[in-house]
Ligand binder design. Structure first.
Ligand code: ATP
Ligand code: MG
Length: 335
């Protein structure tokens, strides 16, 4: 029986962090066992807001690939690919651009929030504004049915499905397939600042490759309860970053609930809960860091090359179906 298809990806504008891990990577590790999974390094998408710093993207393509392999994305089970090396994705994007209005793009809440965060006014690059359409091309090129993502990506999947519906209707075809977002038990990990989602562009994250000292430093910087001054003071658990991370990463849920209880009552200090979180995160990240350090660049490049070639054949097939559906296959079979 044909396996179902999953597609996911990340922008290589920095290394992967705990938000990626808990929001999406945990599901990808599971999906690769039973799905035909494509894991895309979305360098074209990263360029939409980093086009003046291509060297940053180039460098991080390999960093992100190393993160994937270190976490356990297995090239025998998942296909790793680099977006920019599959030109068919750009062509699909061009067809889809006709099916989405500017007004609809303006309503996309994630893009809206990102425009605000980046301070774009009349400086907003058209490429950035349109990246949800390129993401729709990525998802549909592989006919992905499942997309393991964090919460902020839900509007992208909705927009993709609108494009799929419109395309199939207008061109009387069923060649494009609708996708479903798959969320994890922590679809939105808060940053260490306690204000925003953990995100690389906000500098409020713990990276999978951070060393032991850096992890500890960040844990001890975490926002807790500003009114919890003395150990004996009652403390607030809601909105307390340390507890949000313990909920997300500590295996023993009972122990966490017990600590919350004691923290609320008073008598439990921030140093104790931060110490526990530090131990938890060190245990999670130490083996990942060790596997990462053992990888060599040539080996990683070869894995990406093999995966990208395999993926390109799939994208080519979808693109040819799309051209035929539109009726612009003038030289069918002759290229
Ligand atoms: P940027 O700051 O450039 O937007 P980012 O850190 O938000 O980067 P993305 O590359 O935008 O990371 O996200 C890649 C994937 O990881 C998406 O599926 C996204 O939903 C998920 N993700 C990112 N940050 C988090 C988070 N804090 N919690 C849960 N999921 C996350
Ligand atoms: Mg993001």
């Amino acid at each position: 029986m044909k396996k179902k298809v999953a597609l996911t990806g990340d922008r290589p504008s920095g290394k992967l962090h705990l938000g990626h891990y808990i929001g999406s990577l945990v599901n990808r590790l599971r999906l690769q066992e039973t799905y035909d999974q494509y894991v895309m390094i979305a360098d074209l998408q990263a360029l939409t807001d980093n086009f003046e710093h291509p060297e940053k993207i180039r460098e991080n393509v390999f960093e992100v690939a190393k993160d994937y392999l270190a976490v356990g994305i297995d090239p025998q089970k998942s296909t790793l690919l680099i977006q920019s090396q599959i030109p068919e994705l750009a062509e699909l994007t061009f067809f889809y651009l006709n099916l989405v209005t500017v007004a609809r793009l303006e309503r996309n809440p994630t893009v809206k929030a990102e425009i605000k965060q980046k301070g774009y006014t009349d400086t907003l690059p058209a490429g950035f504004f349109c990246y949800p359409i390129s993401q729709a091309a990525d998802i549909t090129a592989f006919k992905a049915e499942v997309v393991p993502v964090g919460e902020d990506q839900i509007p992208m999947i909705e927009q993709t499905n609108e494009i799929v519906g419109k395309f199939n209707r207008i061109y009387h075809t069923d060649c494009l397939v609708e996708a479903e977002a798959l969320l994890s038990h922590t679809p939105r990990l808060v940053g260490i600042d306690g204000k925003n989602k953990a995100s690389k562009s906000l500098g409020n994250t713990i990276f999978l490759s951070d060393d032991a000292q850096e992890i500890k430093r960040k844990v001890f910087m975490m926002y807790t309860d500003p009114n919890h001054v003395k150990v004996s003071d009652p403390g607030q658990v809601e909105g307390n970053v340390v507890f949000e991370y313990l909920d997300a990463f500590h295996a023993n849920k009972e122990e966490v609930e017990d600590l919350k209880e004691r923290y609320r009552k008073g008598g439990l200090g921030d140093t104790t809960i931060k110490g526990l979180l530090n131990t938890t995160l060190q245990a999670l990240l130490e083996p990942i860091r060790a596997r990462r350090q053992a990888l060599c660049e040539d080996e990683v490049r070869e894995i990406l090359w093999q995966g990208t070639q395999r993926a390109r054949l799939v994208a080519q097939k979808t693109l040819s179906e799309v051209r035929t559906a539109i009726g612009i296959d003038y030289f069918l079979g002759r290229f």
